[in-house]
Write a protein of this length. Structure first.
Length: 305
């Protein structure tokens, strides 16, 4: 039976641990908050590790260690601490949304120590526990083959929903583009429903429209399914702040378009709209108002704050 060491028990990491256990994979889990790990262990039967040394001690070589940590410095620190504890032939999987160039660098550094590395783009969100996760994998074919039991447990089906995309970095590259497309799709839905909501004289039932589009329409999608669900509960969204965070992948996608000379206006503008929702256009808007007053004498609306 395959055994996987899992580091990081955020919501997705915990759900992945549960799905791995459902698929017959033994899991040794470590989280900085040991009580979180113990709670998961009581519920799903994972083994508890109190630290990285303990995690490695509970795994037999050749080991498989899967990281589900925030991209960037946190992942980097854990890899730096983990690498000296591993033996040649052990396999490290980064399942976070890491920048693909970081993954290429990390794969080369670990290979120099005789360690295998797979970058795993994981999509599925909070629904992955029940529906399975789409997996976009980069790395050597031998490493992917070693992971096959875990991949089959996590994917929607053994032969569907996962792909060995290519060499190290390619999995996170494909996931980055996936998230850029997601930005564009979400922005299009948001703009379309905002237009319909603004046409007050038609008194449109946005929930009914979303539900209608879910069946037979060319714009049907899982995002539309989710939209239909929350509009059915609340069409006004009065208690929702108009603030949309960006977690990095959209920025990397826009930068990639510039570096490769490939036009990506929809994804790039969707990213800009997220910046706008965060108030980053406030100064620019104020300057625009001043310019309009300067050349045309147009009135300026005082800041309510």
């Amino acid at each position: 039976m395959m055994k996987v060491g899992l580091i990081g028990l955020g919501r997705m990491g915990a759900n992945m641990a549960r799905r791995l256990r459902r698929g017959g994979i033994e899991v040794v889990a470590f989280n900085r908050n040991v009580e979180v790990t113990r709670s998961l262990a009581a519920e799903s039967g994972v083994a508890v590790a109190t630290g990285l040394v303990d995690l490695i001690a509970q795994l037999s070589a050749p080991r498989v260690v899967w990281l589900m940590l925030p991209a960037g410095e946190v992942t980097e620190q854990h890899l730096d601490q983990l690498a000296p504890l591993l033996d040649r032939g052990d396999l490290v999987v980064d399942g976070a949304n890491s920048y693909y160039k970081d993954s290429m660098r990390r794969a080369a550094a670990l290979a120099a120590k005789g360690l295998q590395f797979v970058d795993a783009g994981v999509s599925g969100g909070v629904w992955g526990l029940d529906n399975g996760y789409a997996l976009m994998l980069g790395g050597e074919a031998a490493a992917i083959e070693r992971l096959r039991p875990a991949i089959h447990a996590l994917a929607p089906a053994p032969a569907a929903g996962w792909l060995h995309c290519g060499p190290a970095g390619s999995g996170h590259f494909v996931k980055m583009i996936h998230n850029g497309i997601e930005y564009g799709m979400m922005q299009a839905y948001a703009e379309g429903f905002a237009l319909m909501q603004a046409r007050a004289d038609f008194d449109l039932d946005l929930a009914a429209i979303a539900e209608t589009w879910r069946h037979g329409s060319v714009v049907r999608s899982w995002l539309l399914d989710l939209t239909a669900g929350f509009l059915k509960r609340d069409q006004k969204l009065a208690d929702i702040a108009p603030f949309v965070a960006d977690s990095g992948e959209g920025r990397w996608t826009a930068i990639e378009g510039v570096e490769l000379g490939v036009p990506t206006p929809v994804m790039s503008l969707a990213l800009m709209m997220r910046f706008a929702s965060q108030g980053r256009d406030d100064f620019g808007d104020k300057l625009l108002a001043m310019m309009r007053q300067g050349f045309g004498g147009h009135a300026i609306k005082p800041d309510a704050g």
